[in-house]
Design a protein around this ligand. Structure first.
Ligand code: ARG
Length: 422
């Protein structure tokens, strides 16, 4: 019997328990037909198998596509050029993936004539924000459904629902951590990691070896950049995907890329997250070093503000903002001469830059050298020093060395008034 076709929803589908249960739950609760969306961001899963599972679970249609190149070209590499590390630590694999997934879902919502979009994020994290803000920005007419945020189930209630609806529980029962991964890194949280005093146990890591088990000999790797974008490994031009894959493997084998972060979520809580991001750590390190060689002092200093603002907007889900476009304009201009090579040594969990070179290098041997060939005018230094220090020497003479006791010390008032007056 052919049903009257119902309204459709595009559900971000990972193939895990939450989103599998969500297929059935949305069917029952909202009376919508579910079209699932799954993409390959380099997480190392068989997306065709996930697509098949979606159909078995009750999706009327299931979409799976490889978006790794879009991810690298439009999200990962710009973030690298921007030097965007959240709170100076987290390269943001997860955060960078969300706006792309959401944008692709909007695309398919239009194609499928869907009236709603859905995701499996909880109500406590940043990912719900990144999805919802992107949907609201790109497609304000679409209804947003967030089953995990809406059903108020305990774990066992959820499992009961799954069993009733014949959803296979295989992988789900033994999961100790919540993991999200893509080509730019792996994010791990919950379980024993919720105690920030507890050292992450060995089984929390999958992409990096324990530095103690890493090879006893270091490995050297040379990364080539063009205008801030990595384009070659050991002198060999490489596309983004193979470049990231190789670097993840190589750095991971040497125990490089472990990040332990107690981070400030947008929603007001601190959470402890463990990251494995071998390629990301190496690339950020190398890129920064090339900037030291090729950016002027002012550009370098100003860039740190831009990097921070850029990281915050990515983390906070504001990718599709005009402010981002503004920052991007700066970054592209700023990266104009960040072309060259950086040589790094990977050794037992450490990643150390040992060499850098560029046709645009601002390091000039003829200015820096103490040997012959010196072109620096040292006699000009004396006059420069006088003027440079003039305000400070004037102030010392007329204020600091003259003030109470001549100590220049200041007693600071408290910002907190006393409880009672007088
Ligand atoms: N805390 C990271 C972020 O907000 C990762 C979130 C997903 N983590 C996870 N283990 N499922 O970007």
């Amino acid at each position: 019997m052919q049903n009257v076709s119902r309204d459709r929803v595009i559900l971000a589908y990972s193939g895990g328990l939450d989103t599998s249960v969500a297929v059935k739950w949305i069917n029952e609760t909202y009376g919508l037909d579910v079209v699932t969306y799954t993409c390959d961001l380099g997480q190392g899963q068989d997306i065709e198998a996930i697509r098949q599972k979606a159909l078995r679970t009750g999706a009327v249609h299931a979409i799976a596509e490889d978006v790794r190149n879009l991810f690298l070209d439009y999200f990962v590499f710009p973030s690298l050029m921007a030097g965007a590390l959240y709170e100076g630590k987290y390269p943001m694999a997860t955060a960078l993936g969300r706006p792309l997934i959401a944008q692709r879902m909007v695309h398919y919502a239009r194609e499928q004539g869907a009236t709603a979009v859905a995701h499996g994020c909880t109500g406590k994290g940043n990912d719900q924000v990144r999805f919802d803000v992107t949907f609201q920005t790109l497609a304000p007419d679409l209804r947003i459904i967030a089953p995990v945020r809406e059903w108020k189930w305990t774990r066992s209630e959820q499992l009961a629902f799954a069993r009733q609806h014949g959803i296979p529980l295989e992988a789900a029962s033994e999961k100790i951590y919540s993991v999200d991964q893509n080509i730019f890194g792996r994010s791990v949280e919950s379980g024993v990691l919720e105690d920030p005093w507890v050292e992450p146990p060995a089984e929390a890591f999958e992409w990096t070896v324990d530095p103690r088990q890493a090879p006893d000999e270091p490995v050297y790797v040379t990364i080539g950049f063009e205008r801030g974008k990595p384009v070659a490994l050991d002198g060999q031009p490489l596309d983004g995907v193979p470049l990231l894959e190789r670097l993840n493997r190589l750095a991971g084998e040497h125990g490089v890329g472990r990040i332990d972060h107690v981070e400030n979520r947008l929603v007001g809580i601190k959470s402890r997250e463990l990251y494995e991001a071998p390629a990301a750590v190496v690339l950020h390190e190398a890129h920064r070093e090339l900037e030291f060689l090729t950016l002027s002092k002012d550009a370098l200093r100003f860039k740190t503000y831009v990097s921070q603002a850029y990281a915050d907007l990515i983390y906070n889900g504001l990718w599709f903002s005009a402010f981002h476009q503004d920052l991007m304009a700066f970054v592209v201009s700023n990266q104009q001469y960040v072309t060259g090579e950086v040589r790094l040594k990977l050794y037992k969990g450490h990643c150390q830059v040992v060499g850098r070179r560029s046709e645009y290098s601002l390091y000039r041997h003829e200015l820096a050298t103490y040997e012959k060939g010196d072109q620096y005018d040292a006699t000009a230094a004396q006059g420069f020093i006088k003027i440079h220090g003039l305000m400070q020497t004037t102030q010392a003479k007329h204020q600091m060395l003259k003030g109470p006791g001549g100590s220049g010390r200041l007693e600071l008032p408290s910002i907190i008034p006393p409880d009672t007056e007088g």
